[in-house]
Design a protein around this ligand. Sequence first.
Ligand SMILES: C[S@@+](CC[C@H](N)C(=O)[O-])C[C@H]1O[C@@H](n2cnc3c(N)ncnc32)[C@H](O)[C@@H]1O
Length: 175
Amino acid sequence: MIKIVYDIQVYRDNLEYIIKKDDLVVELGCHVGNSTRIIAEKALNGKVIAIDNSPEATEAMQSVRDNYSNVQFIKADVRLHETLEKVYKYIGECDVLSVDLGGGYHPDTTFKVYFIWSSTLKPKKTIIRNRGLLDFVSSSVVDEDIKSSEGWLESSGDAGIPPRLKEFKLWSNKL
Ligand SMILES: C[S@@+](CC[C@H](N)C(=O)[O-])C[C@H]1O[C@@H](n2cnc3c(N)ncnc32)[C@H](O)[C@@H]1O
């Protein structure tokens, strides 16, 4: 299942609903951890890998970690191959991927980050917070039956990682 939302409250309500207690969750764009706390509370027997590159995140996320031992924070840029590689080597796959790089943030970057991370970590469920992507999906009319049921585009198989992404150094066969 892939869910796309814009409203921050709808995003958090969905996290509450989607996440189960044993889930391994990867949260891209945790900021100061306001949604991380919700995720950590829901995935009490699981794990949350929360990532953000904002200077504000470091101290705030330490306080989240002080309260939730199931939270791991990584200060990094999620667009970089090294960041994905680090997480991939650590967990391999995940149950839930949540992506919030800013609701009004570039939909192109958000989709690229989603596409690469989800193709690698193969989540069963994904939730993306982005207005442009929501508008695109809601406004689209399709004539062909191409569909995936997981949190990643599994109908594309290995082709889910297009060669042109490799050129951007966001992907390598090392994974
Ligand atoms: C709207 S905030 C996230 C709010 C948070 N999800 C919540 O529910 O409270 C967006 C965050 O995405 C982070 N972000 C944007 N681009 C990023 C990138 N390339 N790598 C890591 N974090 C990024 C920003 O630093 C910011 O903290």
